[in-house]
Design a protein around this ligand. Sequence first.
Ligand code: MG
Length: 390
Amino acid sequence: MTTAAKQDPLPVRVSILGATGSIGQSAVKVARLFPDRVKIVGLGANENVDALIPLIREFNPSLVAVGSETARQKLYNSLQSGIPIETGEAGLEALAVHSGADIILMGVVGAVGLKPGLAALNAGKRLALANKEPMVMAGALFSAAAAAGGGEIIPVDSEHSALFQLIAGERRDNIRRLILTASGGPFRETPLSELKKVTRAQALKHPTWEMGPKITIDSATLMNKALEIIEAHFLFGFSADEIDAVIHPQSVVHSLLETQDGAYLAHLGKTDMQVPIQYAFSHPARWITDAHRVPLWELGKLEFLPPDEKKFPALALAKATLRAGGAAPAIFSAANEIAVEAFLADKLAYLEIVPLGAKVLDKLGAPAASTLEAVLEADAAARKEAAALI
Ligand code: MG
């Protein structure tokens, strides 16, 4: 008999940035599944006050944040309570360093998670990171902040959660490659010649995962996988040559390791973001539940296909940004955010989304990214350049 593993203090106290988005909604389900183990102490949303109000009533957090003064007024008028309501960037930061929170769940979209993510790590928090752009922009700064503040990063992105769990069981020098699975998005079987005419509605239909609009478009272009290659590099310290993507339409295998002796170790299960969110809350424990169990035979047939690099240039570009180093990944990601916004506003064609990032990289190169200021400067330059090119 082995002795019981060290028990972590329960409940874990969680502050959620992006509570009304898809990650936030999944996190709330985990909290409902484990009312004795998860206490939500902070809730933040941008403008969706109507969705935030019932969450505040249900979980009674000690701090709330919204995007604007208008949203704050609306929330205050509805709640009529003394709960502190912060706004804007300062509000996100307040949630990230909330003294009553052990875990900060970063479920916001895009670069906006950068400063609060660093603040959480500097404050010694566990950062449950679902938002990949900050890691792509400033991966080295995130590691430095965790080391300086005593915080830790537990990835929530399903692929990285899988890799985090797989890597824990292997010696570093036993691992040959990290392999990220990609569903291939809605256009996996669409010939390149037909991608020209792709509309916003078609691109917003993801075959297996339900997610917000930005990440759904990124899944269609495989830009999401490209950003995940960069994210994996910074999270786990593997080089561009040691990280690959494979098309796996069923999204049942969440990622794999290839070992030096040619074995594949895979993480598979239900395609539901509650699973990695729960793991980020429970790590190093695993909380007992039947809620996420699936009989193996219900997982169905599993396929693995090589990615078509002509159709999906984002993967090779991601590796190129890692080889270039500095702020190249940040520039690539920022240009993509602008390109996706433009596509969603019918101002850019689908096939021009990823090439726009390449053009901006050509123009700006790989400036240094050793300080937050340098990263933000590169980010701003990339957005400006991208907007000018549209
Ligand atoms: Mg993912």
